[in-house]
Design a binder for this molecule. Structure first.
Ligand code: C5P
Length: 235
């Protein structure tokens, strides 16, 4: 099974990191056919973004719900079932074995794919130690990736730097979804580990999550088209 979309447009996921539905709808209209896949995270979801997910799906777009679920298994399963009914394509959960198992089981038979977040990219070894963990970031990412594969997860959210190592652990059938993408010359913002679209594709990422390089661009459509062209050239 190949999990990499054949159309390079489908490999770019635009993060709708805007304060409300009106701004999100305006951006989607501006981008038109240049974007086919959108991510709705905390900011928009808690500002009325979930009904908008439904509208996007009806308009033929794919939607990634980035709510990073983590709770007791029964609650996770009920949340996943609701998101599956919405018709979303991707949903994130934290990569705890119980949470991943509950999510994978609840999504079975639906079109929803579960992505696991191994270790948040804002955590370093000291942060993990402070939180009571004995493993460092690299070892915990590897351990959770192996657990994710055993549980049957559909994809992993990772930095492009982790893609090559994770590909070796996970094989070809698990999607690698990568934020922290910055076309050459664009502002890095608060991201600590960034890569250009071309380098992330070369490192093995299947999907690139792009927020500010498109959302904050003077011409978002031109920015999206340039990123898709770079993905196409690197594929
Ligand atoms: O604006 P920028 O391109 O940095 O946005 C990246 C998007 O990916 C944001 O929505 C952010 O929440 C998300 N993300 C991330 N790092 C992770 C997981 C998700 O930047 N480890």
């Amino acid at each position: 099974m190949t999990i990499t979309p054949t159309d390079p447009r489908d490999r770019m996921i635009v993060a709708l990191d805007v304060p409300g539905v009106a701004e999100a709808e305006k951006l989607v209209a501006t981008l038109g056919d240049s974007a086919t896949f959108y991510k709705i995270g905390y900011q928009l979801a808690y500002a009325g973004g979930l009904p908008m997910a439904h509208d996007l799906i009806r308009a033929g777009k794919k939607v990634f719900i980035d709510l990073k679920l983590h709770d007791i298994g029964n609650t996770v399963a009920n949340g996943v079932a609701g998101i599956a009914k919405l018709g979303a394509a991707f949903l994130t959960v934290h990569a705890y074995p119980q949470t991943m198992k509950a999510a994978v089981e609840a999504s079975r038979g639906s079109g929803l794919q579960i992505l696991a977040v191994t270790v948040l990219t804002s955590y370093n070894n000291d942060d993990l130690k402070e939180a009571g963990y004995t493993l460092g970031v690299a070892d915990m990412v590897a351990q959770r990736a192996r657990q994710a594969r055993a549980i049957g997860i559909d994809g992993i959210v990772c930095s492009a730097e982790e893609s090559a190592n994770l590909r070796a652990i996970l094989g070809r059938d698990i999607a690698l979804v990568t934020p922290g993408i910055r076309p050459a010359g664009s502002a890095v913002g608060d991201q600590k580990r960034v890569m250009t679209p071309a380098r992330a594709i070369a490192a093995g990422s299947d999907y690139l999550v792009v927020g500010r390089p498109v959302v904050a661009a003077a011409d978002p459509k031109a920015a999206a088209q340039a990123i898709v062209a770079e993905i196409a050239a690197a594929s």
